[in-house]
Design a protein around this ligand. Structure first.
Ligand code: ADE
Length: 253
């Protein structure tokens, strides 16, 4: 996987990419990831990358030309047979785990970070394949969004988190939040680890964890239950749980 982030703040991105699991993945060649500065591609004397919007309005827009030429530079260096070009914007499709899984299978991804009040629409139309938002709020620039998106993709690439890592039981993998987890000691401030987790009965533990994942999801993100990967008996379990724990007439889902 080759990932390139087009940005006006290359140092910010470089600093983040150098550290932690992403830094290690880069060092161990599980991924090739780099930030490319858009500014040197500006074809004017002062390397200006923004200008006033036609028709008036507040703020400045990023100009099409430096972004387009930056993208051509990235494209010319590439040997990939396919490429997705993401523009991070609050107008995009809201990012989720399923999308991270889909993008983790791509050969090459380029991410364009916007700044100022936005980007000239013509370069978006020219190069972008996917507009993506990380949530319904507005950031000062696309860099944080690009890092969120790339981090969630990179950790899914085989080898990045180590061979032993399983994604099957983490939050969202089956449409549910994860079950609560415990480590030593078995008692902490009078709070005991549930007995079943000490029982050694793996089948019972798995069933218990699934129930806990359902309960967790029910309380924290009931909207996810509609589409979650749960079988008939687990559906019954939810119905019983609702009957037992929710007062009559209360709006629960
Ligand atoms: N740029 C500014 N706000 C953003 C958001 N919410 N998601 C993605 N990119 C953005």
């Amino acid at each position: 996987m080759k990932l390139t982030i087009m940005t006006l703040f290359k140092e910010t991105i470089d600093a983040m990419l150098a550290y932690s699991i992403v830094g290690r993945a880069k060092k161990n060649n599980y991924i090739a990831i780099e930030a490319v500065d858009i500014r040197p591609f500006a074809n004017n004397k002062h390397l200006q990358v923004d200008d006033y919007p036609y028709g008036g309005g507040a703020g400045m827009l990023m100009m099409a030309q430096p972004i387009y030429d930056c993208y051509q530079f990235i494209k010319e260096k590439s040997t990939a047979s396919s490429r997705r070009v993401i523009y991070v914007t609050p107008q995009g499709k809201v990012w989720n785990q399923k999308m991270a899984e889909e993008f983790s299978k791509e050969e090459e991804i380029v991410v364009l970070c916007g700044h100022y009040e936005g980007v000239d629409q013509r370069v978006i139309d020219e190069i972008v394949t996917d507009e993506i938002s990380i949530g319904d709020y507005v950031l000062t620039g696309g860099e944080l969004a690009a890092l969120v998106i790339t981090d969630s993709i990179i950790r899914l690439i085989p080898g990045v988190l180590g061979k032993e890592q399983s994604f099957e039981e983490e939050s969202f993998s089956d449409g549910l939040l994860e079950y609560p987890q415990y480590t030593r000691p078995a008692v902490f401030r009078d709070r005991k680890v549930p007995d079943i987790l000490l029982s050694g009965n793996h089948q019972k533990i798995a069933a218990y964890r699934k129930e806990q994942a359902i309960i967790n999801t029910f309380h924290k993100r009931p909207d996810l239950l509609e589409l979650a990967d749960i079988n008939k008996s687990e559906r019954h379990f939810i119905d019983d749980y609702i009957k037992k724990h929710c007062k009559k007439g209360q709006d629960v889902l």
